[in-house]
Design a protein around this ligand. Structure first.
Ligand code: PLP
Length: 372
């Protein structure tokens, strides 16, 4: 048990035996909590590399991925991490990659935080070394509880950078002064659960899992697929009077190999991008929950918007800190984000219909100061 998916990712990141000559490989499409593991890799002298995603669907070119996986040098630990489902585009990256990576000597960490709420993760068929998830994403309550699923052999490879109450069989102060170590970690998962678990929340997890079981994950999956398909079709069909599209979707525009997350922007009749932050505010006024920005996944934004490496390098030159507003200024006022809606367990047809009505209000809306 962890506090969330991020906690699970960090447990592996800080404990993975990265060494010079080893590598951390990841896809451009990743949540920042997966991107952040590169700091652990870098800190221990391992290299890291990114496999790009490609417009318009923002999927990975598999040939490129296999080439990257082929680079593994078996004498050093190599970790490959990717999301089973993108938290931005809804793209479902193939679980077959687990086997491909294993065959080339990689350990595999699959971030399933966005995948498991509406898809079955069959661990009798797929054998990732590590899986991260947060329970609130599956059934809404409680927050603050997630888990790391790990194969026993993979867990045994990890080296914890510290120990804490709850993780050791016993420890000694005197022995540490003398001999250095002075503690014995508990075996298996117990050696990874620091301090007191959020045990009062655990009954809610059991209730949540039973709730999902009662409905059936296949039913949830199919319902989400239908509602997502309806939304995709109807959003794409929206046209201004001059025939130009109202919405541009980032990622796949059919329900094939994708989940219920849709990232998009509104455009005016002249093809001018409307400010996503203003649109989000309007959605909030209409009691619609729409997110804007880059959703903790900068790789997708950089590819979807065609950012240049030099522009981004500029953001990190000679600076201690940078606020998001300063970042927008450096990027020269170009629109930096998208809107995102997600279909899930509790979404019904009235919800998606209402959102479409909201989107229809953008037909023939000119970019004005409010929206630029
Ligand atoms: C794909 C993915 N990975 C990781 C996370 C991090 O989850 P948490 O904030 O619950 O730790 C998220 C959160 O949105 C996510 O969508």
């Amino acid at each position: 048990m962890t506090t969330n998916a991020t906690g699970a990712l960090k447990l592996v990141g800080e404990s993975y035996p990265f060494v010079p000559g080893g590598q951390y490989l990841l896809t451009f499409d990743n949540h920042n909590s997966v991107n952040g593991i590169r700091e652990f890799a870098h800190g221990k002298g391992a290299s890291f590399a990114y496999v790009p995603i490609e417009p318009p669907d923002l999927r990975v070119d598999e040939e490129l991925l296999l080439c990257s996986l082929d680079q593994a040098r078996p004498e050093h630990p190599h970790l490959f991490a990717y999301p089973a489902q993108s938290n931005v585009t809804g793209v479902q990256h193939p679980l077959d990659w687990i086997q491909e990576a294993h065959a080339r000597g990689w350990d595999v960490f699959v971030d399933c935080a966005a995948f498991v709420p509406t898809n079955r993760l069959d661990l009798s068929r797929w054998h990732p070394d590590f899986v991260a998830l947060s329970f609130y994403k599956i059934f809404g309550y409680p927050t603050g509880v997630g888990c790391l699923l790990a194969r026993k052999a993979a867990l045994a490879k990890l080296r914890r950078p510290w120990y804490a109450g709850g993780t050791i069989t016993f420890g000694s102060v005197m022995a540490a002064m003398d001999a250095g170590a002075g503690f014995y970690l508990k075996p298996d998962e117990e050696g990874f659960e620091d301090g007191t678990l959020n045990y009062l929340m655990l009954p809610a997890v059991e209730i949540g899992l039973k709730h999902i079981e009662r409905i059936g994950i296949e039913m949830i999956h199919e319902r989400v697929r239908c509602l997502t398909g309806w939304l995709l079709e109807n959003l794409l069909a929206l046209r201004h009077s001059n025939g130009h599209p109202v919405v541009r979707i980032y990622g796949p525009i059919t329900t094939e190999r994708r989940g219920g997350t849709i990232a998009f922007n509104f455009y005016d009749p002249d093809g001018i991008l409307l400010d996503c932050y203003a649109a989000q505010e309007e959605a909030t006024r209409c009691a619609l929950s729409v997110r804007s920005g880059c959703f903790c996944n900068p790789g997708v934004r950089e590819i979807a918007f065609g950012f240049a490496e030099e522009d981004l390098a500029e953001c990190f030159k000679d600076k201690q800190r940078m606020t998001y507003d300063q970042f927008l200024q450096v990027m020269d006022g170009r629109k930096q984000g998208a809107l995102r809606i997600s279909v899930g367990l509790v979404t019904n047809f009235a919800d998606v219909y209402r959102f479409l009505q909201f989107a229809q209000a953008f037909v023939d809306k000119m970019a004005s100061k409010t929206y630029l």
